[in-house]
Write a protein that binds this ligand. Structure first.
Ligand SMILES: *[C@@H]1O[C@H](CO)[C@@H](O)[C@H](O)[C@H]1NC(C)=O
Ligand SMILES: *[C@@H]1O[C@H](CO)[C@@H](O)[C@H](O)[C@H]1NC(C)=O
Length: 422
């Protein structure tokens, strides 16, 4: 009996921290977002839509190499139950090779996004925890209510966020598949395609449009890009995972989280970058010495903490992000929210005698933003380089959270009007 309870506790804490990670990076302070199908009526003028999710918001499935069937792993409660807990964590935790700048999955296993092209991989991560692991669920329901159908004029482009970063997508298949999918969406509907990108999906789409396809391709296939709360300047939250330990709900969760995210490319991709932060602006601060961590000196701190792989991973991502200064070359709408408490500075704990600050729990200091991404990062598109012909529109919501513009009952009605009508 005692043994069973212990196993149960271990499982619950593991799962809670995984669910909470999703929640933290997708929507730090989840608001209740209602959806009401009666707000919508069928529309005849519908542009085909491709949905590009953010970090942790693509569902994943895995199989042992040699097996024929894949089984959902992100997220499926049963896969994390003892005695399988460690196996599940091992499958999810990517391995980074800093010499080749490539990521791979634990040997013997194969992981891929669920239902590429359809919407099953971008709706919710776990059906039993839908309130906590929602990706595009409300938007998908709204689109269905106006007549959209999965794989007909509504498509999902989930991607394996564990092993993809901004500097990987053009070589690891993500851009290749996205290009094919857009062409299919166009050919099936004979209409230009709308890309809807949430969170980290925005920098991904920008990179794809600016570096993978030609001007002619964009003019032929893309109607517009809509970016919803996209961290073009990075975020502060990843610093808590990389440079310290972040505790979520359950004591002990910080070491599991630290282990899981250690070599996860997307965490380094989302570190603050020079588009959102001045090189000498503090992104973290030392509790005792008062020393500031900035983009100019951050690698010195990583060296002190022996984070060699992490430093290299971050340098690659920073380089690609810092080069992403241009308007994507298609009509672009930037939708952002602000007015919520958002982690904006991390306090690292160097106050304990003989302790290592990078192994201590961090404290986050809040500023303005959407609850997950700081406002200054969301505002980066205001300074994109653009030609006179480039169209760039802004829509802002006060008080909505990170997914609010594509989840909130009222905001959603406006959103659907951006690409469908009577
Ligand atoms: C750290 O940055 C803050 C804010 O920019 C500044 O006021 C403070 O003097 C800096 N601390 C050190 C030790 O440089
Ligand atoms: C850094 O890593 C090296 C080699 O793995 C090890 O010998 C050294 O003790 C580590 N230093 C710290 C501060 O952890």
């Amino acid at each position: 009996m005692a043994h069973f309870i212990l196993l149960g506790l271990h499982f619950i804490s593991t799962f809670v921290c995984i669910a909470d990670t999703t929640l933290d990076l997708m929507e730090n302070t989840p608001q209740e977002h209602e959806f009401d199908a009666s707000d919508y009526a069928p529309r005849t003028n519908r542009e085909p839509v491709v949905l590009i999710p953010g970090l942790l918001a693509s569902a994943l499935e895995s199989r042992k190499i040699g097996d024929t069937k894949y089984d959902r792993i992100w997220v499926k409660l049963r896969r994390f139950l003892p005695p399988k807990t460690n196996e599940a964590i091992q499958i999810l935790k990517p391995i980074y090779n800093e010499k080749t700048n490539t990521y791979h999955t634990f040997s013997g296993w194969d992981v891929r996004p669920i239902d590429y092209g359809g919407v099953d991989g971008v709706t919710v991560m776990d059906e039993h925890l839908s309130a906590w692991t929602k990706s595009f669920e409300n938007l998908i329901n709204a689109l269905k209510a106006v007549g959209y159908e999965s794989r007909k004029d509504m498509f999902g482009a989930p991607w394996d966020w564990r092993v993809s970063t901004v500097d990987q997508i053009n070589t690891n298949g993500v851009s290749f598949l996205l290009k094919e999918l857009v062409e299919r969406a166009y050919n099936q509907n004979r209409k230009k395609v709308v890309l809807v990108a949430h969170s980290c999906g925005g920098p991904l789409a920008q990179q794809f449009l600016n570096t993978y396809v030609t001007e002619e391709w964009k003019a032929k296939y893309i109607s517009q890009l809509i970016c919803v709360n996209c961290p073009f300047g990075g975020a502060i939250l990843p610093i808590s995972y990389v440079m310290g330990r972040r505790r979520i709900a359950v004591p002990g969760s910080e070491s599991i989280l630290n282990h899981l995210t250690e070599e996860m490319g997307c965490i380094y991709w989302m570190m603050p970058n020079p588009l959102g932060y001045d090189m000498d602006e503090p992104v973290a601060t030392m509790k005792k010495s008062g020393e500031n961590v900035t983009l100019s000196n951050i690698y010195k701190f990583m060296k002190e903490a022996n984070m060699t792989k992490q430093e290299i991973a971050m340098q690659h991502s920073q380089k690609a992000m810092a080069a992403s200064t241009s308007h994507p070359g298609v009509k672009t709408t930037i939708v952002t929210s602000y007015g919520l408490k958002t982690p904006s500075l991390v306090e690292l704990d160097d106050s304990k005698e003989g302790a290592k600050w990078w192994k201590e729990l961090v404290t986050e200091i809040n500023g303005d933003g959407d609850g997950t991404v700081p406002l200054q990062s969301l505002k980066v598109p205001h300074s994109w380089k653009k030609k006179d012909s480039d169209i760039l529109n802004f829509i802002e919501y006060k008080g909505l959270d990170h997914s609010g513009p594509i989840s909130d009952k009222n905001a959603l009605k406006d959103f659907v009007n951006l690409f469908s009508s009577e």
